[in-house]
Design a protein around this ligand. Structure first.
Ligand code: SF4
Length: 305
């Protein structure tokens, strides 16, 4: 039996039967620094010095000790992180993390070349076709598409954050990007309280029609990674959230267990649109389709670059 299966089996017994609240998935915001200023994002507006290589290694080790076995580097733009004194960049952190974690991923805005990145999975944010993308993220559409096409990574997915500006071109976006990626994940925009960001929010009662479009595209064979069960549950947020399965670290080294929003913004579950939280919670509740989504995304091992 693989290490994964044995670990997850033990994890399930420990948390379900012995009621231990132990995390499995870690997100590490390694920097707030970013080369874009997207309208919906609160993070580039925050200022805090980046951790050094040694500090980052300590955080990675701590998250592993706490129980996490999947680690995702986030930002800001994580590909910008560097420790000049130690001559280290994000690739060094990924390579270190790969010694400890079953799977190591990275999220990126895709504006920096996506070659020779040793993470096991890459998510590129893809929030619209050219004009829409420009309104949300700036005039970088051609560059990110070029970088996606030229990437040599075998497990590159895009993530669409659905909002008021892009909701009507979802179908075109999925059809356009599908030939170039392994999968497409979605989430709904969460309002962090920035003025322009509230205008992007899509309330719950409007989501079923949007989700039905995605379900249709998935049925037609487009590579939407989120399971039917997760998509359906997001229509009315009728799912049980096991947010304790997650830990999140910030550039200042704080590690928080629970919802992605904890210590970062107000937690308003009625407005939640974090499909990844739904999927992991459903997997814990033994939804086979959600377990399968996790298996598909995280089973790939990128050979160290
Ligand atoms: S906002 Fe979403 S992910 Fe966070 S605790 Fe509420 S339901 Fe869970």
């Amino acid at each position: 039996m693989s290490n994964w299966v044995i670990y997850f089996f033990k994890y399930y017994i420990e948390t379900k039967i012995n009621k231990k609240r132990k995390p499995i998935l870690a997100g590490y915001k390694i920097t707030y620094n970013c080369n874009l200023q997207c309208v919906h994002c609160p993070y580039w507006r925050r200022v805090y010095p980046d951790p050094s290589y040694k500090e980052a290694i300590d955080i990675i080790k701590k998250m592993h000790e706490m129980g996490a076995r999947i680690l995702i580097f986030e930002g800001g733009e994580p590909l910008l992180w560097k420790d000049k004194d130690e001559n280290k960049n994000i690739r060094d952190l990924i390579l270190f993390a790969k010694k400890l974690f079953f799977s190591v991923g990275i999220t990126t805005n895709g504006t920096i070349k996506l070659v020779d990145i040793p993470s096991d999975v890459i998510w590129v944010s893809f929030d619209g076709l050219k004009e829409t993308y420009k309104k949300i993220r700036g005039d970088f559409f051609d560059r990110i598409i070029e970088n996606i096409k030229n990437s040599n990574h075998k497990n590159l997915l895009v993530n669409i954050t659905i909002n008021r500006i892009n909701e009507n071109e979802l179908e075109e976006m999925v059809k356009f990007i599908s030939p170039f990626v392994k999968g497409i994940t979605i989430q709904f925009h969460y309002p962090y309280g920035i003025k322009e960001d509230d205008e992007l929010f899509i309330p719950l009662h409007e989501r079923p029609a949007i989700i039905d479009k995605l379900i249709n595209l998935k049925k037609q064979g487009y590579p939407i990674s989120d399971s039917y069960s997760t998509l359906n549950a997001m229509k009315d947020n009728s799912w049980i959230c096991h947010d304790w399965m997650l830990i999140n670290a910030n550039p200042d080294g704080t590690i928080t267990q629970g919802c992605y929003l904890k210590s970062r913004g107000e937690i308003l579950c009625d407005m939640c649109g974090f499909a990844a939280h739904v999927e992991i919670s459903k997997a814990y509740d033994l939804s086979l389709s959600s377990i399968n989504v996790g298996r598909k995304i995280f089973k790939y091992r990128q050979i160290d670059a």
